[in-house]
Ligand binder design. Structure first.
Ligand SMILES: Cc1ncc(COP(=O)(O)O)c(C=O)c1O
Length: 401
């Protein structure tokens, strides 16, 4: 019988340290690992890339490290997949997964509604390398089909719910369409907003599930990290050899330790954040100063039916529109007592930000308009505070504008 998410979060990937019997995985702050002889070194080096992730061996921390490896195994257990690779940040994981799957002579296709730095990578960095990347609205499956037919893609990338608009896309339908058209195309998917608790994209046809573990996965806003999860350990071992070693985007053992610890409460946190977010979303929807709320768990969400099919619960992220830009600015100007104005998400404490001016400040204006990132849209990342306090804080701050 498969164990539950909370049990896997606590026990997955870890065992008492075989030498010291320390119950918690120590921070192995060592660049390298010493062997008594060349023979021992060679026999250890055989599994340094993790073909068999349960029996990892080590020679240099840029490739693999025991603290990081415990984190990778726990992630695989929670995500319920064959293996994971961790990176120094979410952006490292996204760029790594896209580059590792790209094939010369092809192009990349990305949803037009992705995190700003992902868009920057697609529109500024990739063209500098001579790699073309097209953008498309993935809500329209007919235009996606036509786009596939007219081009030669090796990688398709998207995220759902999208940052910051909360747009949701039909993950299974999109993956089926892509793979039926060409099974060689790899789908990379950013699951950061939904977390492995609310949504399981690998089971819907995605080839590589990506997370910024700086967000919900760690949950405490004190360590950056990224994850690539997939169901093929040979591919992951090859990526580790070709990309972890050469691109050097490895996490530090200290950050791996923080994220490993945060991960143990992921299930509890995300369920509480989802409960709080739904209540906050309902409160905002009723508020006369709020124009519109975007939360996948509200029947008013434009893709509610899609979200219901693929998310449970609906996560801790939401967005809402005020009447105009002035009111948005006004609300953010020190009106809050608990909620903090800060450009992060997935933290145990509630954070608010203004995507138009902050996280998505330099996104192409037409793209902002097309994807709904308006001057009056605010993004809320809901924490695990008592929801009555969050609602009271929003109520008093909205009363002041
Ligand atoms: C959806 C999404 N993906 C990826 C990232 C990048 O993560 P990191 O900051 O860990 O590089 C972010 C950052 O905010 C994000 O919101």
């Amino acid at each position: 019988m498969k164990r539950g998410l909370n049990t896997r979060g606590i026990h997955g990937g870890e065992r008492p340290d075989p030498i010291t019997r320390a119950l918690k995985t120590p921070i192995y702050a060592s660049n390298t690992f010493a062997y008594p002889s060349m023979e021992d070194f060679f026999s250890a080096a055989v599994n340094a890339y993790g073909i068999n992730p349960e029996e990892f061996t080590y020679f240099y921390t840029r490739t693999s490290n025991p603290t990081t490896n415990a984190l990778e195994l726990k992630l695989a257990s929670i995500i319920d997949c064959k293996g994971t690779i961790t990176t120094s940040s979410g952006m490292a994981a996204i760029t790594f997964a896209i580059l590792a799957n790209y094939r010369v002579g092809t192009k990349i296709l990305a949803s037009d509604s992705v995190y700003r730095s992902t868009n920057q990578f697609a529109t500024e960095t990739l063209p500098k390398m001579g790699i073309e990347c097209d953008n498309l609205d993935f809500r329209d499956l007919h235009s996606l089909e036509n786009q596939l037919k007219g081009n030669n893609y090796s990688v398709v990338h998207f995220e759902s719910p999208a940052n910051p608009t909360m747009r949701c896309y039909d993950i299974k339908a999109i993956c089926d369409l892509i793979h039926e058209y060409n099974a060689e195309i790899k789908v990379t998917f950013d699951n950061t907003f939904a977390t492995p608790i609310c949504q399981h994209p690998l089971k819907m046809g995605v080839d590589f599930e990506i997370h910024s573990s700086s967000k919900f996965i760690n949950g405490h806003g004190d360590a950056l990290g990224g994850i690539i999860a997939c169901n093929n350990t040979e591919v992951l071992a090859d990526f580790r050899r070709q990309f972890c070693e050469t691109l050097g985007q490895t996490p530090s053992p200290l950050n791996s330790f923080f994220i490993l610890r945060g991960l143990k409460t992921l299930g509890l946190r995300v369920k509480e954040q989802s409960n709080n977010a739904l209540k906050v979303a309902r409160f905002l929807e009723e508020h006369k100063k709020v124009n519109r709320v975007f939360y996948p768990g509200l029947p008013s969400h434009p893709q509610f039916e899609i979200a219901k099919k693929q998310m449970d619960p609906f996560g801790g992220m939401l967005a809402f529109e005020l009447k105009n830009e002035e009111e948005a600015r006004n609300l953010l100007n020190n009106k809050f007592q608990i909620i903090q104005l800060a450009m992060d998400l997935g933290d145990i404490q509630t954070l608010i930000e203004w995507p138009y001016i902050m996280t998505h400040y330099d996104l192409d204006y037409d793209l902002k308009v097309a994807t709904g990132i308006t001057e009056r849209l605010l993004r809320l990342s809901i924490g695990i505070e008592d929801v009555e306090d969050l609602i009271a804080d929003l109520d008093q701050s909205l009363a002041q504008i």
